[in-house]
Design a protein around this ligand. Structure first.
Ligand code: PMP
Length: 406
């Protein structure tokens, strides 16, 4: 295989040439949102310059072009994750996608005595919708715990897959620990117990090849802005039979076939779940992001990020008092850490002055933070465009900050 030229690829990201506080930007916050390459920026720009119109309702040329571009992006996205385009509902992101499953699938189906199984490492987006639904239909929530390395405790999972469990929602990759969960195995076990599975792919899709059909889940949610696409884009994949049986989440235009005041006939999936004018330009940009990722190759991206992670682990191990949270085997390039004697927010603020962008806080995972016994961590999340030199700068900067804070 020909190895990608990572420095040439890096040059596709205009923002990476910026300085902050007089220092070259070292962007280590991709798990929060990814930066965007020129082909994505250009696709959004070209849509508004040349093709802008609403989708699915105009009879004129621009309307047809916009619809083709929008549906073309859906097909690209579907092929990228190996599912049918008619099963891929375009949403404003993961949060919307998970709420769609919660309200359209779980709310009318679960009742008192039923259990929703979650895991300790879920993002709030994969906790709160289930709580809201459980409050209304009387279901209860149970939680699968973690091993000391931050992997999912699969024995605990098996113990908790009791007959009352109707739905299991699990993240593919943890946004805090970097843990990559064996979702195919988990979904197989759940399916054997008749449990519907929902996988949060937010942190997986940007960093590794994902074949949703091979995972064997019932629903898979992801967000576009972490995979080089514009904000306000994403998708929910659902099995055809589920999407057919589920009532709409939101009502409005585009999701109907015929509206009479006595009764409305809904459109077929996925359109049944796409009420109102969608984020057309954003979705077109996400299509360009998929082309871009496809051209580099997700296998290459995964290998590149694993190499950067190994380098970062080695450099961080040299820093006294630095503790990393999460070291499950095969973890993704997400590094949550603390330095003894330094508060996460102080450290992140000083790193920012050095040009290094990391996130500090609870990372929308309060229950996980409580489990780790810390209110906050710093998190450096890597992407393929990062360099070994940037990681050296990051490690050296932590060393300097540590002395300032000691
Ligand atoms: N799940 C995980 C694991 C995430 O990392 C995120 C984003 N931080 C979300 C869900 C929510 O994604 P969005 O805000 O794009 O809806």
């Amino acid at each position: 295989a020909i190895h990608p030229d990572w420095l040439r690829i890096r040059a596709d990201f205009p923002v990476l040439t910026r300085e902050v506080h007089g220092k070259p930007l070292v962007y280590l916050d991709s798990a929060n949102t990814s930066q965007k390459p020129l082909p994505v920026i250009r696709a959004v720009d070209a849509f508004y310059r040349e093709h802008n119109a609403n989708v699915s309702r105009a009879m004129h040329a621009l309307g047809a072009e916009a619809t083709d571009a929008y549906e073309g992006a859906r097909r690209k996205l579907a092929a990228f994750v190996n599912v049918g385009a008619d099963e891929l509902v375009l949403t404003p992101g993961t949060t919307f996608a998970l709420n769609l499953v919660a309200y359209s699938w779980a709310l009318p189906r679960l009742q008192e005595g039923d259990t929703i199984l979650l895991t300790r490492m879920e993002h709030h987006a994969n906790i709160v919708p289930w709580q809201l639904v459980a409050q209304r239909n009387g279901a209860r929530i149970r939680v699968v715990e973690l091993t000391p390395e931050g992997a999912l405790d699969l024995d605990d999972l098996r113990r908790k897959l009791t007959p009352d469990v109707k739905l299991l929602a699990v993240t593919h990759v943890s946004n805090v620990l970097g843990t990559v969960n064996p979702v195919a195995e988990i979904c197989r076990e759940a399916r054997r117990c008749g449990v519907i599975t929902v996988v949060d792919g937010s942190q997986a899709l940007p960093h590794r090849p994902v074949d949703i059909a091979a995972i064997g889940c019932d629903f898979y949610a992801f967000t576009g802005h972490k995979m080089l696409g514009p904000t306000g884009t994403g998708a929910l994949w659902g099995r055809r039979e589920h999407l057919k049986a589920m009532p709409p989440f939101l009502g409005g235009g585009e999701m109907i076939r015929e509206v009479r005041f006595e009764q409305t006939v809904f459109n077929d999936p996925p359109h049944k779940f796409e009420a109102g004018t969608p984020n057309i330009a954003g979705v077109v940009g996400l299509g360009a992001a998929v082309d871009y990722l496809y051209e580099i190759g997700m296998g290459h991206i995964e290998a590149r990020e694993q190499a950067l992670l190994a380098h970062a682990n080695a450099r961080l191990a040299e820093i006294p008092g630095l503790r990393v949270f999460g070291n499950a085997p095969g973890k993704a390039a997400v590094i949550s850490f603390l330095v003894e004697g330094a508060h996460a927010h102080d450290l992140a603020t000083l790193l920012d002055l050095e040009g290094v962008a990391v996130r500090a806080g609870h990372h929308c995972a309060h229950p996980l933070m409580a489990h780790l016994g810390v209110p906050a961590t710093c998190r450096a999340s890597l992407a393929f465009w990062n360099t070994h030199a940037e990681i050296d700068h990051f490690a050296a900067a932590i060393g300097r900050c540590r002395k300032l804070l000691a």
